[in-house]
Design a binder for this molecule. Structure first.
Ligand code: ARG
Length: 461
């Protein structure tokens, strides 16, 4: 395959060096973006009088035909080409002849690839945002239905205080909402067009960079040509945000795996998202949750790899930067799949509400409320804490719970206990009394749910 840059060379590239250098195997993904960028570029060139209208029309037609042919499967992307840019240019020249050789006027592959990758990533940022929104919808639906589904809240994985399923899911709503905000933020910052930066120092042709940028719906052109060809910050930011999404998914998966265990039995994962064992017939394993948790590592890996690749590169373009693609593509695919599967798993997961409530009852999750009860009867909190601590010890020895003790038993630790203690430590009361904004009490929860519904009505990216 003749090289775009063959003129200056007399010797052949070593076979392995050629393969090592070539990127078409993975940058073929940028095919559509490459064509889109070239159409915008030649449209601008014609408007500036650098190409004639006929030349531009012929190039645009040629590029459109190539896109259709490849999309329809009538034409193969030739993997003997060095990269996707060489393929498109060679295919164009073959198709339309001389005019095709003018497409690359006032452009370098450096600004071309910077543009292609940005266009590709911009779409993915939007897609990630849409998938997060869908996940938030599923979470919110569970919240709306489970304002009175009681369960233990944990600290140190030890039962701590009673809460509700709505409240627990509400925590994840906040996390994925922040993830969406990160998408919006990245989108806004990355949405500038690098095309026209040339190899590194712009070009001598009178390009209209504002116009090119507007053709591809960028907020404007980038303002430094060296930075334009060597900036991959937006990818690093995106990979960091994807890593954070994976961290959130992984924590959620970890909980689901625990809740799905024989010991807990809080939830049942649908058959569609579980698998069996080759040897143990009784098994139904939470493989999807485990895989999502496991794949977090490779997304973190992509972030670490790109940060490391970028750290020692002098300005401006260097071939090191070609390494941005495979790992970013892998991370984007991984997070997309994880979000889709996780959302499906969540949508179909069943809750064993009685098990959840029973678990909240038998773990002394109402001990703080019992102490608060004594405070209400005039006992200083520190003393109340000690009294209830002794009561819990008594219950542990007797294998019972505070609400099952008789009034006489209760009075052995404090004469402040009266009949109303039973209502005060009932699960429902313990939760309902938690009315501060952000707490699980019904009123507080309903206020938050209303906010979330309003938030999900907002426009997308
Ligand atoms: N395949 C290259 C990349 O991904 C395209 C840019 C090549 N530019 C160059 N001067 N060799 O970064």
């Amino acid at each position: 395959m003749a090289q775009l840059w063959g003129g200056r060379f007399t010797g052949e590239t070593d076979r392995m060096a050629y393969e090592f250098n070539a990127s078409i195997r993975f940058d073929r993904r940028l095919f559509h973006q490459d064509i889109q960028g070239s159409i915008a570029h030649v449209t601008m060139l014609a408007r500036q009088g650098i190409l004639t209208e006929e030349e531009k029309d012929s190039i645009v037609r040629g590029l459109t035909d190539i896109r259709e042919a490849v999309d329809a499967g009538d034409m193969e992307i030739d993997e003997t080409c060095e990269d996707i840019h060489s393929f498109v240019e060679a295919a164009l020249i073959r198709r339309i002849g001389e005019a095709g050789k003018k497409m690359h006027t006032g452009r370098s592959r450096n600004d071309q690839v910077a543009l292609d990758m940005r266009l590709y990533t911009r779409e993915h940022v939007k897609e990630t945002d849409a998938l997060l929104k869908e996940l938030l919808r599923v979470i919110l639906a569970v919240m709306e239905e489970n304002v009175e589904t009681y369960m233990p809240g944990f600290t140190h994985l030890q039962k701590a205080q009673p809460t509700t399923l709505a409240h627990h899911y509400g925590a994840y709503f906040e996390m994925f909402k922040r993830d969406r905000q990160r998408m919006a933020d990245i989108y806004k910052r990355m949405n500038y067009c690098p095309l026209g930066a040339g190899a590194l120092a712009g070009t001598t042709y009178p390009l209209d960079r504002e116009y090119t940028a507007s053709l591809m719906e960028f907020a404007g052109p980038t303002l430094n040509s060296m930075d334009s060809v060597s900036d991959r910050d937006y990818l690093i930011e995106y990979l960091a945000a994807l890593s954070t999404i994976m961290m959130h998914l992984s924590r959620f998966c970890e909980e689901i795996i625990i809740w799905n265990s024989n010991e807990y039995q809080f939830v049942e994962i649908d058959d569609a998202y579980s698998t069996g064992s080759s040897i143990m017939p009784q098994k139904k394993n939470p493989d999807i949750a485990e895989l999502v948790r496991g794949k977090t590592g490779r997304v973190y890996g992509a972030l670490t790899a790109l940060l490391t690749t970028m750290k020692g590169i002098p300005l401006a373009y260097n071939k090191d930067m070609q390494e941005d693609k495979e790992l970013s593509f892998d991370a984007m695919d991984t997070v997309r799949d994880c979000l889709i599967l996780f959302t499906g798993m969540l949508r179909t997961m069943k809750f064993r509400k009685e098990r959840m409530a029973a678990s909240a009852m038998n773990g002394f999750t109402n001990a703080t409320d019992a102490a608060d009860y004594l405070v209400g009867k005039g006992v200083p909190f520190r003393d109340a804490h000690g009294i209830i601590g002794r009561l819990v010890l008594y219950c542990v020895e007797k294998d019972t719970s505070i609400d099952r003790l008789s009034l006489e038993e209760l009075r052995t630790v404090s004469d402040k206990f009266e009949e109303d203690i039973y209502d005060a430590v009932a699960l429902k009361t313990c939760v309902e009394k938690r009315l501060t904004l952000g707490a699980p009490g019904r009123e507080a929860m309903e206020k938050v749910i209303k906010e979330h519904n309003k938030y999900l009505m907002n426009a997308d990216l």
